[in-house]
Design a protein around this ligand. Sequence first.
Ligand code: NAG
Ligand code: NAG
Ligand code: NAG
Ligand code: NAG
Ligand code: NAG
Ligand code: NAG
Ligand code: NAG
Ligand code: NAG
Ligand code: NAG
Ligand code: NAG
Ligand code: NAG
Length: 496
Amino acid sequence: MKGSFIMMVVVVVSLLNCYVECEGCLEEEKSLLLQLKSSLNRSIESSVALSDWAGQNCCEWGGVSCSNTTSRVFKLLLGTVGQEGPDVLNSKESVNILAQFKELQYLVLSGNRMGGSDILQAFCKMHHLKLLLLYSTSLEGKIPHCIRKMHSLQVLNLAGNQLQGNIPLSTFSDMHLLQELDLSGNQLQGIISPFTFSNMHSLQKLDLSENQLQEIISPSTFNNLTMLTDLSLSNNHFVGTIPFSMFANLSKLVSLDLSNNYQLEVETESPNWVPHFRLTNLNLANCKLNRLSGSIVPSFLSTQHTLKFLDLSNSSLAGYIPSYLLYNSTQRLVLRRNSLSGPFPLPHQNTTSLLTALDISNNLVNGSLPENFVDLFPLLVYCDMSANALQGNLPPKMGIGNLQFLSLSDNRFYGEMPPGLMKCINMGYLVLSNNRLQGEMLPGNVSMEGLVCLELDGNEFTTPPNISKTPYLVILNIRNNHLSGNISLGCLCISI
Ligand SMILES: *[C@@H]1O[C@H](CO)[C@@H](O)[C@H](O)[C@H]1NC(C)=O
Ligand SMILES: *[C@@H]1O[C@H](CO)[C@@H](O)[C@H](O)[C@H]1NC(C)=O
Ligand SMILES: *[C@@H]1O[C@H](CO)[C@@H](O)[C@H](O)[C@H]1NC(C)=O
Ligand SMILES: *[C@@H]1O[C@H](CO)[C@@H](O)[C@H](O)[C@H]1NC(C)=O
Ligand SMILES: *[C@@H]1O[C@H](CO)[C@@H](O)[C@H](O)[C@H]1NC(C)=O
Ligand SMILES: *[C@@H]1O[C@H](CO)[C@@H](O)[C@H](O)[C@H]1NC(C)=O
Ligand SMILES: *[C@@H]1O[C@H](CO)[C@@H](O)[C@H](O)[C@H]1NC(C)=O
Ligand SMILES: *[C@@H]1O[C@H](CO)[C@@H](O)[C@H](O)[C@H]1NC(C)=O
Ligand SMILES: *[C@@H]1O[C@H](CO)[C@@H](O)[C@H](O)[C@H]1NC(C)=O
Ligand SMILES: *[C@@H]1O[C@H](CO)[C@@H](O)[C@H](O)[C@H]1NC(C)=O
Ligand SMILES: *[C@@H]1O[C@H](CO)[C@@H](O)[C@H](O)[C@H]1NC(C)=O
């Protein structure tokens, strides 16, 4: 009895609540929302959110959130990413309606097609906006100078559009509150200078990747971005030489991507500098590293004990591979396509590697692999050491564990298939082409049940593989061996 009384009080109170708050949707803003709805060129069938824009309380309509205190709309989530076909925002008309919401702070329109080259200008009036996501909205033309007036912005995403021209100087530089700026995937050109982002003291994430930017004009370009954690300049057309020390004082930096700037030369060894950052991700693939200092692997990496991902592929490196890259914190290491030489690096202490992926293919690494390879790399899933000068027997336990991809092709390995490989139930891709391996390819009593691709061509094997226990095999290449005998095959594409 007492229980149901309390229950009733709760119901009455929450009804009252609802009377005061749910009614909250202001007529004025409801009418704006309905205008917006009719300005959007989207078919009702493809629209999940807009079809339920009906009923009294517009604060409960899909994608709409109102303030608890003033009942005004403060959040509009109208992005179409993940929904059916794109919608057409009837450009200026829609944006002008949006500009009339007095407390709108969060606006997401990503994925909607917005025609017109000066449409972005229409947003500049929205001084209250804290977050504006216009990812993939077919924006064209230049970045308008008036963007600087949106001084409350914390997150601005204009990625995946067709914006052109320079990043205008002093347009972003005074946006003191901006924490994330994403301009990636446009056609922006020209230079970045110290004045492009000079006073953005809150900026944490800056993504300028996939544009056509040409030059970083000064080593002090990013000096004032002291809060920066993530910086991507990848896939641009940068030329010239930059000293890596230009990032030295960015003490919060954890992720840096300069990759795929084929003409960019990066000097890490001089002038003398001390890194104040602790990176977890570094991608310098397809840049030219240390032309002026013997093309060595950047020595500051020995101070980066939190590095998890490192890609230095195709970056003109020579010299030995430092052992700490394999046995300290790194989980994914890509050194593909350089001129790195010397023996396979061994650990200095009794330690095991945390690597899950290792790619040192297309280098000049020589000597043999350590016998206890599997004990040193217990977590390895992906391993590509093809096209080096490695020799000797394959380590006896090679393949035991988690390994799913192993390529050792184009080396000088000899001897028989190691027993470890025969017990590798996780292996999907096994590529040992062009070595001097002998004996039996794959005995009938082994079970490599996950095998999808087996390439053993260009060796000295004498007995063909028994593939009766490899139901998923689709690629089998055993050409150029010393085979005799018969192979019984199902419906496989094979080359002998
Ligand atoms: C609205 O979409 C239809 C069909 O996609 C198209 O024919 C029409 O031109 C569009 N109207 C506007 C104003 O974009
Ligand atoms: C508004 O109400 C929601 C749900 O009751 C609550 O999570 C949120 O913190 C409130 N916001 C403000 C600004 O009071
Ligand atoms: C960097 O910030 C300092 C202090 O706010 C300022 O004096 C300087 O002009 C800024 N640098 C640039 C290139 O704007
Ligand atoms: C880093 O900051 C220190 C002290 O503020 C300064 O002396 C040094 O020149 C800066 N280093 C770089 C590479 O800008
Ligand atoms: C490696 O870099 C050179 C330029 O240094 C470029 O021409 C080449 O295409 C790159 N190779 C790959 C596979 O990306
Ligand atoms: C990496 O090296 C540093 C310095 O030698 C050491 O303090 C740290 O424990 C090492 N981390 C791992 C995971 O081995
Ligand atoms: C290395 O460490 C492992 C486990 O921590 C231990 O079993 C082994 O005896 C050690 N080997 C040497 C040579 O210290
Ligand atoms: C590996 O190559 C170096 C030259 O880069 C050579 O001095 C060394 O003898 C080679 N080692 C083996 C085992 O072939
Ligand atoms: C392949 O191995 C199985 C046993 O796993 C055996 O029954 C079969 O005869 C072998 N096939 C050939 C062609 O050796
Ligand atoms: C397969 O059989 C041979 C003897 O025919 C034996 O030496 C080998 O250990 C067996 N391999 C496995 C993986 O059981
Ligand atoms: C290969 O197959 C042919 C025809 O079936 C048979 O005569 C021959 O003995 C077989 N050879 C071997 C080594 O099994």
